[in-house]
Design a protein around this ligand. Structure first.
Ligand SMILES: Nc1ncnc2c1ncn2[C@@H]1O[C@H](COP(=O)(O)OP(=O)(O)OP(=O)(O)O)[C@@H](O)[C@H]1O
Ligand SMILES: [Mg+2]
Length: 806
């Protein structure tokens, strides 16, 4: 045997920059290992484990020797002029293979060259000599050493063997003819091989089969069996090559260049099918098939899924549509079709969880518990949909999360703010490129259960319906218990049962929620907190949470009530507690820096320290400044973010009795300004106002924060008071705020949003609040501590307002 067949992967000799050290290994290495190696018995050999080559007798292969023990083995062999034994690892991943990680049959080999490349990698080129079988692995060497038994190849031949060898050579030559671009040398080499055993090993060495199959061939000691096996492999190979040629010819006729890639894939798949090999697509289809069976889909959906799977199967993998269908199937498979076993709602537990997570809100918690109790007693009944309405940061979302916790459900959230296209809720049809299901289905896939609590945030910010269909009506369908068990997402095209979802909506304001939607919901108002309530929330929830977030221990940082109160009054002005929490976080972070730097071990934060940490107070009592001159009155307004104070400013200039109104006032507000002026005129005599003061001047009424539109009748009293103050020259008391609608007869009519307005007054440092007499019944909504801090003046007629304000 004198041919050299090198595995095509890494031909060492072709490497530029390879230093060839002939047979001798580097001397230091050699000396070092020689000193320590015990004598190796004569019937044993040093073993080089390999990961992906099977060496057959006669074959020449380059091996990379990248492991310390292998290097030692090769060097020892070179030094003692012995052969090495090459064994294939059963498990490629193992770095230091032990007896269990190696095949026990291998090939002895002569090391022809030992090469150290310039990059330090070691290569050997070795030639296989003879099969051997491991009898026993020996321990105590710095390399793998095994006692072995050499396997002699029987020299006997028979007609049966000769005949097989002959056909084997014929077939091998046939394959070489079928393959494109076969090197001439290979054909010459094949023809030159003599002896059936050598031929078998030669072919086994070059045939394109897996290493495992090659190892099996190596382990077939019986030559006749080995020849048969090889014949079978070659015959199969020829079939495949022929089929592939045929397909090639056939497809080439029908398909032009543009579809070349398709064609190649098609070919690949056909070949793989022909081979019965684990074609990726076949495996993928099988996987999908299994997944569909396991997805617990309703019958109609499963039918649809199977139909699509069939389509997928027939589609070339490269087709653009392939991935679309694939994505669609993934959606169908991953949606939570089946209902979970829902746990019973434990009302006592639910109460505990609600109390644990939220301070106060007694009425609201009570309502939530009622709602849960009804659901518990009548799970299939049509419970209303809760809708939490209130300013930002008052706990709407976190109540929703608590409800989920209390009912043992997962929590999903869908934001509807700015949604103006029905498709965002209900999905796009699949005919759209890049279409996807709507956000309801998307969030269900995310939580992976259809028995979840789903919070629909900002229903009040739902865009108006237009050209793209009305999102509100899509939402109605989602929420309607009559319809939502067969909710149809445009993308899915099959019904999905939403009846197990517990929907909760949130909104900042009530009046922009589309009417039909509002009718379906049970509105629960969260008006905002008083300073006292905020202090409690901060103490019990926000401070511990922010401490934990900054990694501080409670004893390292103490924040006083005075500091919290100052943050509430001077640094935040809000109905909820979100900014409060943020500011507390800022304080703790600055403390954390001091502690982390080792400047102090324990920090106490009082109101006086806030200036240094949070900067100057953001909210000063503007009321006192603003109302120091006649003509300014403090009104109270209701806004989506809670209540707020507002100033009505009136000024007089020489003119002809015109009324000028500015500050983006709405129609209703303008009218109440006119009514207020008329009322003042009518009382000119009583108020000692000279008639020419009115006739010879223009009056300008302005409501600052001019950029925000304002409307509503509730500033009537404040307008009246501002005008009266202007014309009488008497300033309004700085600590009085007022609200109420006026009639031309001087009556004060009731208004809405009392709680929000009163809380806003309190925040602004007002001491006295004037409210319409007919709002007296709203007093009970106002938290007791707010009631205590304020003085209320109930007015029926505008004249009473003047008495209290001027
Ligand atoms: N009563 C309360 N007790 C304890 N923590 C509260 C309370 N109210 C609100 N919080 C906390 O305030 C933070 C803000 O609340 P949340 O996010 O629920 O506000 P929201 O009403 O959903 O506001 P938005 O309208 O901006 O979405 C949360 O961390 C919440 O836990
Ligand atoms: Mg929220």
């Amino acid at each position: 045997m004198n041919q050299e067949v090198t595995s095509s992967s890494d031909d060492v000799r072709a490497d530029a920059g390879v230093r060839m050290d002939a047979l001798a290994p580097k001397s230091q290495d050699g000396a070092a290992s020689a000193a320590t190696v015990r004598a190796i018995p004569d019937d044993a050999m040093v073993i080089v484990p390999v990961r992906n080559v099977v060496l057959f007798p006669g074959m020449v292969v380059p091996l990379v020797v990248d492991r310390e023990r292998s290097r030692a083995a090769v060097q020892e062999a070179v030094r003692q002029q012995r052969m090495v034994g090459i064994l294939l690892q059963t498990n490629r991943e193992v770095e230091q293979p032990g007896p269990d990680d190696l095949h026990w049959v291998g090939t002895t080999a002569n090391v022809l060259r030992y090469v150290t490349a310039t990059d330090g990698a070691h290569h050997v080129i070795c030639q296989g000599a003879q099969r051997f079988r491991v009898l026993q692995f020996l321990e105590g060497y710095p390399m793998t050493v095994a006692r072995v038994q050499l396997i002699e190849e029987s020299a006997q031949t028979s007609p049966e063997i000769e005949g097989r060898a002959h056909s084997l050579k014929e077939r091998a030559l046939e394959i070489l003819r079928l393959l494109p671009q076969v090197p001439e040398e290979l054909i010459v080499a094949l023809q030159g091989v003599d002896g059936p055993a050598r031929l078998a090993d030669f072919i086994a060495g070059v045939i394109d089969v897996s290493v495992e199959e090659k190892q099996a061939l190596l382990e077939m000691f019986d030559l006749r069996n080995r020849l048969d096996k090889l014949l079978e492999l070659l015959t199969h190979r020829i079939e495949v090559l022929k089929v592939s040629r045929e397909i090639d010819a056939r497809t080439r006729e029908s398909i032009d260049d543009r579809n070349r890639e398709h064609l190649l894939r098609e070919q690949l798949r056909t070949i793989q099918k022909e081979l019965g090999e684990g074609d990726d697509t076949v495996a993928e289809i099988a996987e999908l098939d299994k997944a569909i069976a396991e997805a617990k889909m309703p019958e109609e959906v499963e039918k649809q899924a199977r139909k699509e799977l069939k389509r997928l199967e027939r589609m070339p993998e490269g087709a653009g549509e392939y991935s679309m269908v694939r994505t669609y199937l993934d959606w169908l498979i991953e949606l939570p079709w089946a209902a979970d076993a829902t746990t019973e709602i434990d009302i006592a537990d639910a109460r505990r969880i609600l109390d644990e997570d939220h301070y106060g809100l007694e009425k609201i918690k009570k309502r939530i518990l009622e709602y849960l109790a009804v659901r518990k007693l009548n799970p299939s009944g049509k419970s209303p949909i809760l809708c939490f309405v209130g300013p930002p940061g008052v706990g709407k979302t976190s109540l929703g999360q608590s409800i989920a916790k209390a009912t043992g459900r997962k929590f999903a959230r869908v934001s509807l703010g700015g949604v103006h296209d029905e498709a965002e809720i209900r999905g796009h049809r699949r005919t759209y490129i890049g279409s996807l299901p709507g956000n309801i289905i998307q969030s269900l896939r995310k939580v992976a259960t259809r028995n979840c609590v789903m919070m629909l945030d900002e229903v009040d910010k739902l865009g108006a319906g237009g050209f793209h269909g009305d999102p509100a009506s899509a939402l109605l369908e989602v929420l309607d218990p009559e319809q939502n068990s067969t909710f149809r997402d445009n993308y899915l095209g099959v019904p999905f049962d939403l009846s197990g979802v517990m929907f909760i909506c949130t909104a900042n304001v009530l009046d922009t929620i589309p009417g039909p939607l509002r009718d379906r919901m049970e509105i629960i108002q969260l008006p905002g907190y008083t300073a006292q309530e905020k202090l409690q929330i901060a103490r019990r929830y926000l401070v511990p949470r922010q401490l934990a977030a900054t990694g501080l221990r409670a004893e390292q940082c103490e924040i006083g009530d005075d500091a919290l109160a100052a943050i509430i009054d001077d640094y935040t002005r809000e109905a909820g507690v979100r900014n409060l929490e943020r500011e507390i976080g800022k304080v703790f972070r600055s403390v954390a820096v001091r502690i982390a730097e080792g400047r102090s071990e324990r920090v106490q934060v009082g109101a006086g320290d806030l200036h240094g940490i949070l900067g100057a107070r953001i909210f000063e009592s503007e009321v006192a400044m603003r109302t120091a001159v006649p003509g300014v009155a403090t009104g109270l307004a209701w806004t989506p973010v809670g209540g707020d104070i507002l100033f009505v400013e009136a000024a007089r200039m020489p003119g002809t009795g015109k009324l000028i109104l500015t500050g983006q006032l709405g129609e209703v507000m303008k009218e109440s300004a006119q009514a207020a002026l008329s009322l003042v005129k009518a009382r000119a005599a009583e108020l000692n106002i000279a008639p020419e003061a009115i006739e010879k001047s223009d009056i300008h009424v302005h409501v600052p924060a001019g950029a925000t539109p304002k409307d509503g009748p509730s500033a009537g009293v404040a307008m009246f008071v501002a005008l009266a103050s202007l014309l009488t020259g008497r300033a309004v008391r700085t600590d009085v705020a007022m609200t109420g609608e006026i009639s031309l007869r001087g009556l004060v009519l009731p208004i809405g949003g009392v709680k929000e307005k009163v809380l806003a007054a309190l925040r602004a440092g007002i001491k006295t609040v004037m409210l319409p007499e007919r709002n007296r019944r709203d007093l009970e909504d106002i938290p007791p501590d707010a009631r205590e801090q304020l003085q209320f003046v109930w007015i029926e007629r505008v004249d009473q307002a003047l008495a209290a304000a001027l």
